[in-house]
Design a binder for this molecule. Structure first.
Ligand code: NAP
Length: 239
């Protein structure tokens, strides 16, 4: 294989786009499965329109990829959404939408990727969760979906380890993207104030860790959750 193939979901913007661009520097071939077209066309990143929460879209995308490329080196499940509210005001639709995109979407893509990776006897899977998997008020749907991604990833790592496939999770903290730009300014400021270093991360901070995990030198890292959150996962800052 001259250029190793990485499939990443939700890479039309934000963290996914930063990861995709970082992986181009590592000389990977990158395919982006996203429900929305990229705002700026990166000609080197191949775009396939795909709603990861729909089984038919995921199956079609993988069929197309398999018809074009002999092997898949890695998959990054990054597509994710928020629909925040306190539970007593949250609709079932907003609960289901978040679970379907974040958790079911990750599961569907993992399932199709593993079928191929098993045959190759190699593969690297990275699932993007969130520090919110530890719990965030207003995010019962989102926190559940992200904690679910950890359970899925740990179970999957045990299932597929014998096929030389690794599964790891990156749990970003507060990162400046459209997702956080859309938060009310006072909410965003509160979140920054709760950070140990009173700062917000960049999409590139996550991209570096994805690049690290895809490096062949890190093959022995498996079934882990790597927090990239400026230390927020340690706990509350009280001083
Ligand atoms: P973003 O800027 O909103 O980008 C997410 C991308 O995924 C968008 O292009 C979005 O399209 C796409 N997408 C949404 N639903 C999809 C679906 N059903 N199928 C395929 N693509 C879909 O988000 P981000 O901030 O970069 O977040 C990326 C990941 O990091 C998410 O999993 C998020 O939960 C996680 N994360 C983010 C932060 C943060 O602070 N930003 C913190 C922790 C974890 P549309 O724009 O059309 O929806």
């Amino acid at each position: 294989m001259s250029q190793k193939l990485i499939i990443i979901t939700g890479a039309s913007k934000g963290i996914g786009l930063a990861i995709a661009r970082r992986l181009l520097l590592d000389n990977f071939k990158v395919i982006n499965l996203d429900v929305s077209s990229p705002e700026k066309q990166d000609t080197d990143i191949e775009f396939i329109k795909c709603d990861v929460s729909l089984e038919s879209d995921v199956l079609q995308s993988f069929q197309f990829i398999q018809s074009k490329y002999p092997e898949i080196y890695g998959v990054i499940n990054n597509a994710g959404i928020i629909r925040d509210n306190v539970i007593w005001k949250m609709s079932v639709e907003d609960f289901e939408k978040v679970i379907n995109v974040n958790l079911k979407g990750t599961w569907l893509v993992c399932r199709e990727a593993v079928k191929i990776m098993k045959q190759q006897s190699f593969g690297k899977i990275i699932n993007i969760a969130s520090r919110a998997l530890l719990g965030n008020p207003g995010q019962t749907n989102y926190s559940a979906s992200k904690a679910g991604i950890v359970g899925l990833s740990r179970a999957l790592a045990l299932e597929v380890g014998k096929y030389n496939i690794s599964v790891n999770v990156i749990a970003p903290g507060l990162i400046k993207t459209e997702l956080t730009d859309n938060l009310p300014p006072h909410v965003l400021q509160k979140l920054i104030d709760a950070q140990p270093q009173k700062n917000i991360g960049k999409p590139e901070d996550i991209a570096e860790v994805a690049s690290f995990l895809l490096n062949e030198k890190t093959n022995f890292i498996n079934g882990q959750v790597i927090y990239v959150d400026g230390g927020k996962s340690i706990g509350h800052v009280t001083l």
